[in-house]
Design a protein around this ligand. Structure first.
Ligand code: 13P
Length: 254
């Protein structure tokens, strides 16, 4: 299976000058580079979706959004639907990121509705889950992750599962430069694989990609991805720097 390297640009690149600078550096860095076993996806702020699908999307790089709504269209002020994503050339959306859960009250039920519409539209969901420090401290990690996954996957069939990439992002590792041990990450990967095997059977569960996210840097890739045998990474801050981001992609393109 090739490795996923996903950049979540979050609410950054706030001026057009910054955006242009980003494109320029990215283009320069991509020159002469080929990626055989790394699937690179960049998720810009939604207002730049078309800039990215027109200027960045190519054989090497795919484009996604950081959030999506669960209806096709209608009176939902401020929301963006999977149809719009698809029509503008995007193929992925991050769903259930801890910042959406924490700041905007996104629940497991909402995550489930979003994933279900993405599947119907044949788009890929990047399904984020993970525990907070308090939950970890109280010994609730596996219970929390199990319910996030079970509820997020409610009524989703095995063929739907093929449209989902799983991303374990411990909330306490996001934006903090604190990272879990390889063993800690591996334990979660095993837990997720077990939940999926019980629900869908081995044949489907083993095909699913499980990524790690939270303070990923080129120099910590061994600890957070290679040693625990993860299928890729979801990168925040380091994805704003195309040099570092592509360094990560290169290291995983083995
Ligand atoms: P950082 O890499 O900045 O910690 O962010 C991780 C993240 O939230 C990616 O979705």
């Amino acid at each position: 299976m090739s490795k996923y390297v996903i950049g979540n640009l979050k609410m950054n690149l706030s001026s057009l000058a910054e955006l242009e600078r980003y494109f320029k550096t990215l283009k320069n860095e991509l020159k002469g580079k080929n990626f055989k076993n790394a699937e690179i996806i960049i998720c810009p702020p939604a207002v730049y979706l078309q800039n990215f699908t027109q200027k960045v999307k190519n054989k090497k790089i795919k484009i996604g959004l950081q959030n999506i709504f669960w209806e096709r269209n209608g009176s939902f002020t401020g929301e963006i639907s999977p149809i719009m994503l698809k029509n503008l050339g995007g193929e992925y959306a991050i769903i259930g990121h801890s910042e959406r859960r924490g700041y905007f009250g996104e629940t497991n039920e909402m995550v489930n509705l979003k994933i279900k519409l993405m599947i119907k539209e044949r788009l890929m969901s990047i399904f984020c889950f993970g525990e907070t420090m308090e939950e970890r401290g109280a010994g609730l990690t596996s219970g929390i992750i199990s319910s996030q996954i079970q509820e997020g996957l409610k009524d989703i069939t095995p063929s739907g599962l093929e449209k989902i990439i799983f991303a374990y992002e411990p909330v306490w590792a996001v934006g903090t430069d604190v990272i879990p041990t390889s063993n800690g990450i591996m334990e979660v990967k095993i837990l997720v694989r077990k939940i999926l095997t019980e629900k869908y059977g081995m044949k489907y569960a083993q095909k699913v990609a499980i990524l790690y996210g939270g303070s990923v840097k080129a120099k910590t890739l061994n600890q957070v991805c290679l040693d625990p045998g993860m299928d890729g990474v979801l990168v925040g801050r380091e994805s704003l720097n195309p040099v570092e981001f592509l360094k990560i992609a290169k290291s995983l393109d083995v």
